[in-house]
Design a protein around this ligand. Structure first.
Ligand code: G6P
Length: 613
């Protein structure tokens, strides 16, 4: 999803801006651009479709950017195709005001009409360009006032950064719905849509909240309300990001690095949270709540998108089986448009790696409006969901750079298991069960290492199966969401192949018609309560000459009779098997994508952080 960067200070703006754009690359984008106010009063703007290095090459051919104030953007197309004209920064008629924007201006059509009527001429198909012209229509030399006046007419979501030749030396920023952070340096300020862009520059930040705007100059800043222009005092926060954390750590791709980080991530997610001898879990983020309110909760609705949604489904099974709480799981984009039945005993649990997924945020807000207790499982500290929920649990998975989510899933499942014990132990769950789950959680990192050690076998499998066009992934109970996840990952990073995830029992209601010798199936068939049922499904596929790749529990030799290929996982509690069974599926998708020569970190058309509907 789009990324914003801004700089005002003592150094050349283009240096930070370029570095920041590179750090924001992981969010997914299709074009990039930069505007710098030069020292001689002129202004440079370079935009290009494609990767940041193409922008960099183009910049070398243009007049050198000498200024100390600038804004930049990576765009992921929403209004209008990826093209130079549609790339940010956008400008007004006189090329005096330049703007970068994340989000969507919902009333842009009507604004466009009235601006065109009064003589403004647009060049792009974007909603952002409208903002530049709207600011122009209010501009009389004071950029801050013009932005304030403009925003009163705007419906929708935005994070913006604006500069003007006629009011130089400053950047005006504003936020509603999309994230924006200001980094505080020494004689310089930075702007970014995501704190990771600031790594190496500063660890002191101010998170802008909705309906706030800021005027940032090289030696001062001022934050005020976009509703009444009153000044607002903001606290500084310290961010804790390490440059090495966002580099590839010896792997060719972030995706592989993140898959192999799984054991460490799980360790970090459970660290300090287990009281073994009592079979209890300590979750500081939930202790801020009145515990009676938490005990009174009689229903949980989990909302999440993509991979986080599959984690939610696994959580549903855990919470119902072990904590005895009814749970529903819903994707954000559906929930937000339903009329959900919610009361004060309902808890809404938003799961999100980025904490910025627009559909998840909107659902959360809707449930809060109806009186639900709002909880979050979020990886990105200080993100919108983290701030909008009454209480929550951080994943501590570290920054996830690859667009396709892997290590965040591991951590989400672990946190859901911790939550199950936390809530379960205040209900029916015995100390023995609590202890059994927490003891097993502690063993997971070692068991995950064992599965990761099969990487060479999985690489060979990817080669062997790369000639097929379709894949079916089947699983039951805790491993049904894993089947969905395996198929999603293959679709995301090896998109030449079509894949579907299905519940084993549903195969006979449709997908079985597709099975023949050209249709391989992945079976997640760990030795558990539904193993015999999975065996019957394998028989059905074999009878139709379908190829079978099975993920099975070590010691199961029988499975070799029916499966063409087997990947073994060690034994663990049934509820925790997804953490082990998802690993080979993640690796398989990654190696398959590499086999096809794809950039598996940034698959085409996808965005890391989907901050629009
Ligand atoms: C995008 C990403 C997925 C991710 C989903 C939800 O689609 O490409 O990898 O699972 O968003 O993101 P979230 O940040 O809310 O977990």
């Amino acid at each position: 999803m789009c990324g914003i960067a801004g700089y005002v200070g003592k150094n050349k703006a283009n240096e930070f801006l370029l570095n920041a754009l590179k750090k924001l690359e992981y969010r997914g984008y299709d074009s990039a651009g930069m505007t710098v106010l030069n020292e001689d009063g002129s202004l440079s703007c370079v935009r290009s479709v494609g990767k940041i290095n193409e922008l960099e090459e183009k910049m070398k051919k243009e007049k050198e950017m000498t200024g100390f104030v600038g804004i930049a953007h990576t765009r992921w197309a929403t209004h209008g195709c990826p093209s130079e004209k549609n790339t940010h920064p956008h400008h007004d008629c006189k090329k005096n005001i330049f703007i970068v924007h994340n989000g969507i201006i919902e009333n842009y059509k009507s604004l466009k009409k009235s601006l065109e009527k009064s003589g403004h001429q647009m060049e792009s198909e974007t909603d952002t360009e409208i903002l530049a012209h709207l600011i122009e229509s209010h501009f009389d030399g004071n950029l801050q006032q013009a932005v304030f006046d403009c925003l009163r007419h705007v419906d929708g979501a935005y994070a913006i950064a604006v500069v003007s030749k006629s009011d130089p030396g400053k950047i005006i920023v504003a936020k509603k719905g999309s994230p924006l952070v200001i980094g505080i340096g020494d004689g310089e300020y930075f702007v970014a849509s995501d704190a990771s862009a600031l790594v190496g520059y500063t660890d002191r930040v101010i998170y802008l909240d909705d309906n706030e705007m800021g005027v940032i100059e090289k030696d001062k800043y001022k934050i005020s309300s976009t509703t009444n222009n009153n000044q607002i005092h903001k606290e500084h926060c310290k961010i804790d990001l390490d440059v090495s954390e966002i580099q590839k750590g010896g792997h060719d791709y972030f995706l592989l690095k993140e898959i192999f980080e799984g054991p460490e991530v799980v360790q970090n997610s459970i660290r300090g949270r287990i009281i073994s001898e009592k079979g209890l879990v300590k979750l500081g983020g939930l202790e801020v709540l009145d515990q009676k309110r938490l005990r009174d909760i009689n229903r949980i609705i989990i909302i999440a998108c993509g991979t986080a949604n599959y984690a939610g489904m696994i959580g549903e099974y855990m919470l119902e089986e072990y904590a005895g709480i009814p749970v529903e799981v819903e994707i954000g984009s559906e929930f937000r448009y339903r009329k959900p039945v919610i009361d004060s005993k309902t808890a809404i649990l938003a799961i999100s790696q980025s904490g910025e997924t627009a559909d998840t945020i909107a659902s959360l807000q809707e449930a809060k409006r109806k009186g639900a207790l709002s909880l979050g499982i979020v990886n990105t500290v200080g993100s919108t969901i983290a701030r909008e929920t009454e209480a929550g649990i951080y994943n501590h998975a570290g920054p996830e750079i690859s667009v396709a989510s892997t290590k965040a899933l591991m951590s989400q499942i672990v946190v859901l298991a911790l939550l199950t014990v936390y809530l379960g132990r205040t209900r029916e769950m015995s100390m023995i069960t609590g202890k059994r789950i927490t003891d097993e959680l502690k063993k997971l990192p070692k068991l995950m290492e064992q599965v990761l050690d099969t990487k060479e076998d999985i690489k060979k499998l990817a080669k062997k199966y790369s000639k097929y066009n379709n894949f079916l992934y089947l699983g039951r109970k805790y491993n049904y969401p894993v089947a969905n996840e395996g198929a999603l990952k293959l679709k995301e990073v090896a998109y030449k192949i079509h894949a579907e995830g299905y519940a084993g029992g549903e195969m006979k209601h449709g997908p079985i018609a597709m099975i023949d010798e050209d249709f391989p199936c992945f079976f997640i068939a760990s030795t558990d309560s539904v193993y015999d049922k999975m065996w019957s499904n394998m028989e059905e596929v074999k009878a139709r000459k379908g190829k079978i790749i099975a993920v099975a529990t070590e010691g199961n030799e029988d499975i070799k009779e029916i499966a063409d290929d087997v990947i073994y996982i060690p034994k663990t509690l049934e509820m925790l098997t997804p953490i082990l069974t998802a690993i080979p599926l993640h690796l398989f998708a990654a190696y398959m994508g590499i086999e096809f020569g794809f950039d598996i970190d940034k698959p085409r058309n996808l965005a890391k952080s989907v901050t629009v509907e």
